[in-house]
Design a protein around this ligand. Structure first.
Ligand code: GLC
Length: 328
């Protein structure tokens, strides 16, 4: 049995302690997914000084939702307008002291045609990792948002390995976020196959359970659009969150992998008190598991702001930042 100090020395020599140097993703928020910034700034309500508001509200990072594969031409080349917008968004956030996770959010090809997806992802990350290599240490890459659908664990492990190898060919140090297959809950992390020597990885899951609560009245959700006034907060519903996180948290500890809850949120038609209660509970459950989190989302349908006035929804912000509710 190795003594603790000797073990520490071996870990340092092997570079294993480098995981400590990964940027801390503590409290974050998803931004820009549905903004017109990517398409020549038509219908683009997000302003660069919204990053100031985000920072001032207590967030330390943003997850920039970039539907990157959509901006590739038939040869796989990323368009100049979208790339210029990407520079602007990344630099705008970093200039305000925010860490940025660049999330390749476009997953339609991936959940329907996994092989096509793999080729496109590799082409995407080749261009992006070349573009930003050696710059912007506060920038992280997230290979793919919500892999899933018909994609199997095997296919995802294969695609992520190729995309990661492409990134590492250009940028050895960049912290990279890897999602578990978005199927069956956070326990899916146990099926991930990651290169054991790459300690610059953060593993991510999303959480929206129970869907009939978080997605109630969402018109685009065939299963949940019909639900109205679904409340949340019973003791067993609360306990279910910790139970869902537990196997992923155990896996993360055993494998020495940092975890991050990259999305969680409630559609804005849900009863406000329940919406804030769920948000508070899930954020705390993540923190207790040692995971940072990013709320879904700043504006648009699961918005943390009031779309009409642009002001924060104070109840949600208090829930996220662990401040007592104004009217308990
Ligand atoms: C995913 C989708 C996004 C949706 C969210 C909640 O991130 O890309 O459009 O709003 O999940 O369902």
């Amino acid at each position: 049995m190795m003594r603790p100090l000797a073990l520490l020395a071996v870990m340092l020599l092997c570079g294993a302690a480098r995981a400590d140097e990964l940027p801390a993703l503590r409290r974050g928020i998803n931004v820009l997914g549905y903004d017109g910034i990517w398409n020549g700034e038509v219908d683009n309500p997000f302003r660069m000084n919204d990053f100031d508001r985000i920072r001032a509200a207590g967030f330390d990072h943003v997850r920039i939702n970039f539907f990157g594969l959509r901006h590739m031409d038939a040869t796989g080349k990323l368009g100049r307008t979208a790339l210029a917008a990407l520079d602007k968004a990344i630099d705008g956030a970093i200039a305000r002291g925010l860490v940025v996770v660049l999330d390749q959010h476009q997953n339609e090809e991936c959940v329907t045609t996994p092989l096509l997806c793999k080729d496109k992802l590799v082409a995407f990350w080749k261009q992006v990792s070349t573009r930003y290599a050696g710059t912007r240490p506060a920038l992280l890459y997230e290979i793919l948002n919500e892999p899933g659908g018909v994609m199997t664990h095997e296919q995802w492990n294969d695609a992520l390995a190729d995309a990661l190898a492409e990134i590492r060919a250009h940028d050895r140090e960049r912290p990279v976020v890897v999602a578990a297959l978005n199927v069956g809950g956070p326990v899916a992390v146990t099926q991930l196959r990651l290169p054991p020597d790459d300690r610059r990885l953060i593993v991510t899951v999303h959480y929206y359970e129970p869907m009939r609560f978080t997605h109630q009245s969402a018109p685009w959700s065939p299963d949940y659009a019909k639900f109205r006034n679904v409340a949340w907060g019973a003791a067993d519903s609360r306990a279910a969150v910790e139970a869902d996180f537990a196997p992923a948290a155990a896996w993360a500890r055993e494998n020495g992998r940092p975890m991050w809850l990259g999305e969680f949120g409630v559609y804005d038609k849900a009863p406000p008190l329940s919406r804030a209660a769920w948000t508070r509970h899930v954020a705390r459950a993540a923190e207790k598991s040692g995971w940072g989190w990013a709320f879904w989302e700043f504006d648009h349908e699961f918005a943390a702001i009031d779309i009409a006035t642009g002001a924060w929804r104070q109840d949600l912000l208090d829930a996220l930042m662990d401040k007592p509710p104004a009217n308990p």
